[in-house]
Design a protein around this ligand. Structure first.
Ligand SMILES: [Fe+2]
Length: 187
């Protein structure tokens, strides 16, 4: 039998206590995500910075899981650090992203190609409907920390987004954040 628990979440650091697991992605593990291959290679050959970490609280016998994603600030060329982006394997499963600190953009894309964005900043809880791909992008100068909440067995389907990219890119242009068409998107 699962027992109730109070889980501490630090909105600045993203620490989850107690956590049941975590993983980290360095830039070298995110090959293919960025347009500027030379900039990516140079950063990987240098410090290979940590791009993001995911910390979770999940139990197999529960229908709820939550945790944090902690995204470093940074850019590869003109593209901000971003997560890989995924659909859920279980297509009926949605998710929420509740931003705790920092600022960013949640980029969403439906199976049939609709694109939407939701601002990520403290106080905004993004609703991610079932079967929308979602990618978070840190557009600020600080860590972007958000609490996510979904079914523990929702699963991650990365393939389509990794192969085709997303229809839009979030880039820095003249000191501003802009959402532009992805010239390399494969429809
Ligand atoms: Fe998700």
């Amino acid at each position: 039998m699962l027992l109730p628990a109070g889980v501490r979440i630090d909105g600045r650091s993203g620490a989850v206590t107690p956590a049941t697991g975590s993983y980290a992605k360095h830039l070298s593990e995110l090959a293919g995500l960025y347009r500027d291959k030379a900039a990516h290679a140079a950063m990987v050959a240098g410090q290979d910075p940590l791009a993001y970490e995911v910390v979770d609280y999940r139990h197999q016998d529960s229908d709820l899981a939550f945790g944090t994603t902690i995204m470093a600030p940074g850019r590869v060329g003109d593209e901000f650090f971003m997560t890989r982006g995924h659909f859920h394997e279980r297509r009926e499963c949605g998710e929420t992203y509740y931003t705790q600190s920092g600022e960013g953009i949640l980029l969403l894309q439906s199976r049939d190609g609709l694109v939407r964005t939701v601002e990520m900043k403290p106080g905004i809880c993004a609703f991610i409907p079932p079967d929308w791909a979602h990618r978070s992008i840190n557009t600020g100068d600080e860590k972007l920390v958000f609490v996510w909440h979904c079914a523990p067995d929702a699963g991650h389907e990365y393939g389509e987004i990794l192969e085709k990219g997303m229809r839009k890119l979030v880039v820095a242009r003249d000191g501003r954040v802009e959402i532009v068409d992805n010239p390399n998107f494969v429809s």
